[in-house]
Design a protein around this ligand. Structure first.
Ligand SMILES: [Zn+2]
Length: 235
């Protein structure tokens, strides 16, 4: 059921016919380039699907494979191999971009395990969903409400040409507070990474649910902070 398991399916090399792991870009037997593999992004780099990733290995493998896929190496190759080198390069770049970024990596791995994240929640309006503090931050409902009121007030006062300096001070304090909350969410997210990587099946499921909620909170808080910074900066 999990797409992640597909990476173990052996396929035969088009050139030498020896079976190899589906996720490899080059045949381990004859070294010939292979069509874009169907496995997950982790297996492209020969990495275990984990949230704590050895970024040195990731980067080293990325550069090694990029060099091997360089178009110059396929100048005299057949048409198929030329096409595959382009398609494999695109896949390699996507995989690298996704895995090196902690948030993208988390979302990607959770989605592989069937999690519905953010805008992809079935049957929900994404616009409305992203602005729904009742669901995302029930404990902070009052603070979020106050903050949005103050933002609206500042915009109105600025339009009228007279902004209350106290309001700016209050909004700067609120910004610090919400930045602190974002840090708490990130710390929690990293703690859940450890559980997910090392935990039992049930611990992993609990960590996954927690991370989906944390990613929602992160998205909401980032949105809010951007709003505050833009409004404060627009003098
Ligand atoms: Zn081969």
């Amino acid at each position: 059921m999990l797409k992640i398991l597909d990476s173990a399916i052996p396929v035969a090399c088009w050139s030498c016919s020896v079976a190899h792991n589906e996720s490899t870009l080059f045949c381990p037997n004859c070294s010939k380039i292979q069509p874009p593999p169907g496995g997950d992004y982790f297996s492209v780099f020969g990495l275990e699907p984990r949230l704590h990733l050895d970024l040195d290995i990731l980067e080293r493998e990325f550069h090694r494979l990029s060099r091997k896929l360089h178009p110059d190496r396929f100048a005299r190759a057949g048409e198929n191999e030329k096409q595959w080198s382009l398609a494999d390069t695109a896949l390699l770049n996507d995989a690298y971009r996704t895995l090196k970024d902690p948030l993208r990596r988390t979302q990607y791995l959770l989605k592989l395990h069937g999690a519905e994240i953010g805008e992809e929640h079935a049957g929900r309006d994404p616009q409305k969903d992203a602005k729904d503090p009742v669901r995302v931050l029930p404990d902070l409902l009052e603070e979020v409400f106050d903050l949005n009121m103050q933002l609206e007030e500042l915009r109105t006062e600025r339009k009228a040409g007279a902004a209350d300096p106290q309001l700016t001070v209050a909004l700067e304090a609120a910004r610090s507070k919400f930045e602190g909350l974002l840090k708490v969410v990130d710390d929690d997210l990293h703690a859940q990474w450890r559980v997910w990587d090392a935990g039992s099946e049930s611990e992993r499921r609990a960590a996954q649910n927690r991370m989906v909620a944390l990613l929602d909170q992160r998205r909401y808080l980032s949105h809010l902070l951007r709003d505050v910074t833009e409004t404060l900066g627009a003098e």
